[in-house]
Design a protein around this ligand. Structure first.
Ligand code: AMP
Length: 193
């Protein structure tokens, strides 16, 4: 499967360390340079806005999907290739998933974690086979990766779920993984055997 569109899940907070902002900038630039369309939540704030701005500045296409009721809070991005306004957070997530060929979770907060785990659980039960990348910059996601490992070690998730996502730490690794990952199917039978 050729990957053309990549969904970026990331934080909307503006109060994070400059190192995280730099990571978002580098990721946005890398997507555009490799002709990968960015799909995201459509806001202009935090790492969301920084990633989108960097992708646009490097000549990339960026599509935002934002719910009507948070347009003003997340300050909808006004310079996108396309901004889709939807009725709810649920529709936002399903449309982001539908329009993307792969998913990358950058550092983020509760919303980012929620989006990442939803797409992981959909893959776990065979609803899609698209690549999911966890961008573990500066060890940001180490505690979450440890928790996931604990969940698998204690058999609350199947052993094969160790392969359900890929951890990357640089834009180069991210691009390489997006271009080379072979998609593996997971199934309800694996989860509930
Ligand atoms: P955060 O990581 O909390 O800064 O949130 C990142 C993005 O996830 C923001 O655009 C939030 O609006 C979005 N978000 C938070 N919760 C949800 C949800 N339940 N469904 C869809 N998007 C969400």
């Amino acid at each position: 499967m050729t990957i053309e569109s990549v969904c970026i899940y990331c934080g909307s907070s503006v109060h994070v360390a400059p190192a995280y902002k730099q990571i978002a900038h580098n990721v946005g630039t890398a997507l555009a340079r490799h002709n990968l369309r960015m799909i995201f939540g459509g806001g202009s704030i935090g790492l969301m806005g920084i990633t989108a701005d960097a992708a646009l500045a490097a000549g990339g296409e960026v599509i935002g999907i934002i719910p009507e009721h948070i347009r003003s809070h997340e300050i909808q991005h006004t310079g996108l290739t396309e901004l889709v306004v939807v009725d709810s957070m649920h529709i936002r997530k399903s449309l982001m998933a539908e329009r993307s060929d792969a998913f990358v979770a950058l550092p983020g907060g509760f919303g980012t974690i929620e989006e990442l785990f939803e797409i992981l659980t959909w893959k776990q039960i065979g609803l899609h086979t698209k690549p999911i990348l966890i961008y573990n910059a500066s060890g940001f996601w180490d505690p979450m990766l440890e928790l996931i490992d604990h969940v698998i070690t204690t058999n609350f998730a199947p052993q094969n779920n160790r392969r359900i996502f890929t951890v990357v730490t640089t834009p180069e690794e991210m691009i390489d993984a997006i271009k080379t990952i072979s998609t593996e199917s997971f199934s309800p039978e694996d989860k509930w055997k």
